[in-house]
Design a protein around this ligand. Structure first.
Ligand code: ARG
Length: 268
């Protein structure tokens, strides 16, 4: 009896459980099929999300067309993939949700890879390294010459909503009041007009706002954080991540990356 029961059990396993399990198992081919790498090639278009308001990485020319370091980088990637490019301009805080919702294949938007963001999206190796700096108001903060002085009662810091400047301000300057604005230009205006002591943002942007407002602002240009910019894609897509890292490594080695640097950063 026991022997028969065993045979029955084995038969059930072979006939029912094994086929059911093999249905559940995902093959490597299916993983590749679902990869953005494969989707992009199939539809012949790479869809890139960015907020086109971040000089010199993404901004617009006189005709309103997106230009900049990131735009050219995205175009190079599309060229290497042999597909067309579509750029979707959207609010910075909407980029990660758009990626997760499948509306874009990747983000190139001067986005810093941080441990917090890397919990929800995957990042490539960095393609640019910089740090946060401060634009200082001559009117409100004439005595401030180093970053630590901003951490004091009564100081007002302007930051761009959802940017790393926003994410670190409360931690690094707990005594100051942090005011959040959607637009980078609004943050700079707060400092220029003397409503805020400082604007905390990425170095090249701070440098530019200072150059445009020499009478009303100063700039502390020694970065006080590490900001590695990287391309973000959906978590779990190792095929696309691998391709993008090979792409970045290749253009850094063959001179195309340096060409872009010359084009956008030479006279900064
Ligand atoms: N590096 C900063 C961050 O990741 C600011 C990026 C802003 N980029 C933009 N396209 N507006 O939060």
């Amino acid at each position: 009896m026991a022997g028969r029961f065993k045979i029955c059990l084995i038969a059930v396993c072979i006939c029912v459980l094994l086929p059911a399990l093999s249905c559940l198992a995902v093959t490597t081919f299916e993983i590749y099929e679902a990869s953005a790498l494969n989707q992009v090639i199939k539809r012949n278009t790479l869809i890139v999300g960015m907020e086109v308001k971040f000089f010199p990485f993404e901004y617009t020319d006189a005709d309103g067309r997106p230009i900049g370091f990131d735009v050219d980088l995205a175009k190079l990637a599309a060229q290497e993939l042999g597909v067309r490019i579509e750029i979707k301009d959207m609010e910075f805080s909407g980029l990660i949700p758009a990626l997760q919702g499948g509306k874009i294949d990747m983000i190139i938007s001067g986005m810093t890879r941080t441990p917090a963001r890397a919990k929800t999206v995957a990042f490539t190796q960095p393609y640019f390294e910089t740090g946060l700096c401060a634009l200082i108001s001559n009117k409100r903060a004439p005595e401030v010459s180093e970053i630590g002085q901003l951490n004091a009662e009564g100081r007002i810091l302007a930051v761009k909503l959802g940017a790393t400047g926003d994410l670190v301000a409360a931690r690094l300057f707990p005594k100051a009041e942090v005011k959040r604005f959607k637009e980078e230009t609004a943050c700079a205006l707060e400092v220029v007009s003397g409503r805020a002591d400082a604007f905390i943002y990425d170095k090249l942007s701070i440098e530019r706002h200072h150059a445009q407002n020499l009478q009303t602002t100063r700039a502390i240009l020694r970065p006080f954080t590490y900001e590695p910019y990287a391309i973000a894609i959906k978590s779990g897509d190792f095929d696309f991540l691998n391709w993008l890292n090979i792409f970045l490594e290749t253009i850094k080695a063959d001179g195309r990356y340096q060409e872009l640097q010359k084009k956008y950063f030479n006279d900064l």
